[in-house]
Design a binder for this molecule. Structure first.
Ligand code: GDP
Length: 463
């Protein structure tokens, strides 16, 4: 990261050739740097041009015209970063973009590091850390639901829910401390019952937000899902159906899928981090590659959060099916038995199935739409709360937010317990203060440099 006194510049559009490219520059002195290379055709100095308005002009260096551009200046603090910011829209050729950017560097700007514009916005109080996280997720979004989850309405809802919890905690703290620190002042009564009921209310707000994590995480990060089943049960056919293309090789030769394929794909509202695995078999005829594939499958199953166990109902239940059931029996993830090939005559004994959270009949090959609908509604019911309206409700979606809220809740529970046991308000106050500390970490008011660095490194250069 650069020093905050430096003016940073970078291309904000993706690398490569395009119709236009946007170069962004931010920091005190950005307008002066721009002025030395950008000359509006109006003949005015750039700094005198109307702010937040595109100005047409030329980039000229050493008397040589490099490009015709549109430049906009955003005076701080009302800019993305909170600093004086310039955006230059130039022609999107790779070389011309580089020439414009290098002209800015020669006038004193320095290359921005990944996420540095947004990091400055955070440092300058333009964004909370949770808002920065949502912007990072928006850039990575692969489904409409993910866009809704990290869009500006959702960001604002989450920020205001956190701000409300924070304000409630501050109010509570000041009521308690005022009476502890100034016992002789007539500050009115603040009974233990009142304190306890306030703690309960804030605990409920925290619990409500924490509860949204399961849904938020399933949408944003996705659910690690493994398809397992004996060879030829239809794993690859199902995998391809979920992917919407022929991503895995489908053959009727057992053991064809030897490696573990992994893909992120939307199913209903949520994202599946889906692995198609080799069949789990035990057979002396397996070659080394297949053996490694089977071993990998076992490892993936152990780490899974959702298991699709697929059975071929056109064949009798056998010890290979039994092996699958045994392999997943100890796994603490929801398990769905998919009775595949229901378009064929069934000879499979369903009563042998045990330990499944749901059993459904599908035809991965013939009944594509029905299979997808059935799986989407089943899995979404398991991993999301349908009452939550994504984009409208405050929802948390990352582990850091969940951990900070859980810490705040634990501290408040300790404060409530102290009061319930009849200790003084003084005894509860330090835990209330710790809860406030956890919330400050959440919105970034008091957070370590390491965590901040970890969040912004996920951004691209130019954001
Ligand atoms: P895997 O070894 O478990 O990955 O099985 P595949 O997906 O490669 O499928 C094995 C064979 O079963 C292929 O010939 C598929 O076309 C066929 N198959 C898969 N699903 C169905 C289904 O629902 N109905 C029918 N009739 N055949 C299926």
């Amino acid at each position: 990261m650069n020093n905050l006194t430096q003016v940073i510049a970078a291309v904000s559009t993706p690398p490569g050739k395009g119709g236009v490219a946007i170069i962004r520059m931010s920091g005190e002195g950005a307008f002066e740097i721009a002025e030395r290379v950008f000359f509006p055709i109006s003949g005015k100095n750039f700094s005198e041009c109307k702010p937040r308005t595109q100005i047409y002009g030329h980039i000229i260096e050493d008397g040589e015209r490099i490009d015709d551009v549109l430049a906009t200046r955003f005076p701080g603090p009302h800019s993305y970063t909170g600093e004086d910011t310039v955006e230059i829209g130039c022609h999107g050729g790779i070389l011309v973009t580089r020439c414009v950017l290098e002209a800015l560097f020669r006038q004193g700007a320095v290359p921005a590091t990944a996420g540095e514009f947004t990091r400055r916005a955070f440092i300058n109080g333009r964004l909370t850390l949770t808002e920065a996280e949502a912007i990072s997720d928006l850039l990575e979004a692969k489904s409409r639901e993910q866009i809704r989850l990290s869009g500006d309405t959702a960001r604002a809802r989450l920020s205001s829910a956190i701000a409300k919890i924070r304000a409630d905690l501050v109010r509570l703290m000041s009521s308690v401390y005022a009476r502890i620190d100034y016992p002789d002042e007539d500050l009115g009564d603040f009974s233990d019952e009142e304190l306890l009921s306030n703690i309960y209310n804030i605990k409920e707000e925290l619990q409500n937000l924490i509860k949204t994590y399961r849904t938020g995480r399933a949408i944003s990060e996705g659910v690690k899902t493994v398809i397992c089943g004996k060879p030829n049960a239809g794993k690859s056919t199902l995998y391809n159906l979920l992917c919407g293309e022929d991503a895995a090789i489908v053959t009727d030769i057992p053991g064809t899928t030897r490696d573990v394929l992994e893909r992120n794909l939307p199913l209903g509202r949520i994202m599946l981090k889906l692995s198609d695995t080799a069949g789990i078999r035990e057979n002396e005829n397996m070659d080394t590659v297949e053996r490694i594939g089977v071993e990998k499958s076992r490892k993936m199953i152990e780490k899974s959060e959702l298991l699709f166990a697929i059975f071929d109902i056109s064949r009798p239940f056998d010890e290979e099916d039994e092996l699958i059931i045994k392999a997943i029996s100890e796994i603490d993830a929801p398990k769905i038995a998919l009775l595949n090939k229901c378009d064929l005559e069934a000879v499979f004994d369903e009563s042998k199935l045990s330990g499944f959270d749901a059993v459904i009949k599908i035809s991965a090959k013939e009944g594509e739409a029905k299979t997808l609908d059935a799986l989407a509604s089943l899995v979404n019911g398991m991993f999301t709360d349908e009452r939550i309206v994504i984009g409208q409700d405050a929802v948390i979606s990352c582990a850091r937010q969940h951990a900070a809220l859980t810490r705040a809740l634990d501290f408040l529970s300790a404060a409530a317990e102290a009061m319930e046991l009849g200790f003084s308000q003084d005894a509860a106050s330090s835990d209330i203060e710790r809860a406030l500390g956890a919330i400050s970490e959440l919105d970034g008011r008091a957070v370590s440099e390491e965590i901040v660095g970890d969040i912004f490194v996920r951004f691209c250069v130019g954001k």
